[in-house]
Design a protein around this ligand. Sequence first.
Ligand code: ZN
Length: 168
Amino acid sequence: MDYMYHVGLHRSLFQKIFMSYDIACQWGIHFKTRMATKFPGDWSVNNGTTTVKMLVPKFHLPAHVEKCQCDFSFNYTKHVGRTDGEAPEGGWSKINGLVASAREMGPGSRHDLLEGHMGDSNWKKVVGMSLHFIFILHHGIAQSEFQVCPYCRRLRRRYPNRPNIHIT
Ligand SMILES: [Zn+2]
């Protein structure tokens, strides 16, 4: 885990890094010490200007003690929105089929392969959002039929063939 983290972020210019890991409460205890002693100096992520905040994904957090649920919660952390911390794992199943090919490749080819497939997955996710939003809009309009005010309901009964009567 340490190695993966450092390889991924050691040249990062981010000012804040939120690290999501199932046992971040344990793993993060000696994180700075390990970073300073186990890896080359130029691999350091925390160069004095970067802050690293450890968080536990929402699915795993209920299994932790109460102190963890406060200190490592996405819900109590600023600048993370409504992140659940589980999203990166969601893409793993989509790249399982690449294992046989990827393990035979060198680092550069493996990186290109994974980058291409994850980029494709992200593209499909973004394109799929439009259909999702259309579904939500359509469903919301259908639901609004049940929430029409009494005045509009009377108007609709009186003018059944007239569309676009005001809906509140
Ligand atoms: Zn914990």
